[in-house]
Design a protein. Sequence first.
Length: 431
Amino acid sequence: MREKSKQSKLNSEVLYDENGDRIFTLENKKDYTLLVPSMIPLHFRLIKNMLEKIGYKVQMLDERTSSIAETGLKYVHNDTCYPATLVIGQFIEVLQSNKYDNQKVALVISQTGGGCRASNYLYLLKKALKKAGFGYVPVLSFNLSGLKTQPGFKLKVADYLNLLKCVMYGDLLMLLKNQCEPYEVVEGETIKTVNFWIEVLNGEFANSKNLKYGHIKKNFALIIDSFAKIERNIVPKAKVGIVGEIFVKYSPLANNDLEKFLVKEGAEVYVPGLTDFVLYSAYNNVVDAKLYGEKKVVAFVSNILYKNILKKQKDIIKLIEKQGSFNPPTSFDLTIKAREGYINEGMKMGEGWLLTSEMIELIESGINNIICAQPFGCLPNHIAGKGMMKIIKEKNPKANIVAIDYDASASRINQENRIKLMLSNARENLE
Ligand code: SF4
């Protein structure tokens, strides 16, 4: 196979593999720009900088034309999950616009590597690109499962650890922003504080200085203190948790700017952090070995990683509690327990049991108003999300949960009207 791949050399720079797919070489790394869909914008501002530090040129895509879903549907089958339709539509529109030099870009798509359909999206994207006349554009898979690697896009263990730091910083900033913004006395002060910290953290990453955990922990405390200094007018507001499939939960493109809409409607938003998803993925490897006989060595390494991240999450929780101005996130070991009596830990396609757990955890922490964001075509999350709502409401009569479908043909007005109805119940309960 390798021989065949070598023979497919077309010229000194452009190489294709035996399937006719572009190879992204080490040489390409120097002058290509990686285009990355901006799933969770705040975190990705840190991640972009971290990737640039290790030699990649990166452009986060925040194009949000109303035709993206339509473009996606032209090039993928209409039963494809909505997140994939959007990501593929966005890539193709960007290439069609010639905004960047198409001969010098590579597209990055994330894959979970599990049994969920996301594991196939790399192939779906390649097929769509060929159909749209962009088969020459290299596609890179970002995954933690060793799926389809490219010679010019290989991250080291240290890079993954730095990515993790970005995720934890991003989660903290997102949590504090959501608890300050709806109450700020001086409009824009919260965003100013977020931007200030992103600049500071990016500077530290760029200089490779102070990346030791002791310094990071000090930063966590300083970040919390600086948000606590923002003057807030604490009036009672409905608190709304957002759960759901990872892309529609976080991406303003996919959920029609849900967070902004809720703040505009007078609510305080709580979105569980990305760290939970990382912990969920590590914990699932342990479950896989226990329930399905998967490799014990993977479970062993994952367990070490899990414990290490959990300890850091608990550090953040303690710092927030000590400072005293904000509500901390729930520690992930309690998130695991929350699903008990509702769903089995063997149910781990898509967000699986995590989605159910997050709803319970929100209710247990006093946030009864929940939006469960469900994309079209997402069977696992319909089961763990919408499918669990009846039993959750039976066991927790105060739960005010609404499932919102995100779909190429769904009307934004309709989605917002359903959310407004949920909010009016939330306000009644508040009174
Ligand atoms: S989690 Fe849902 S939307 Fe995401 S790939 Fe899997 S089935 Fe599709």
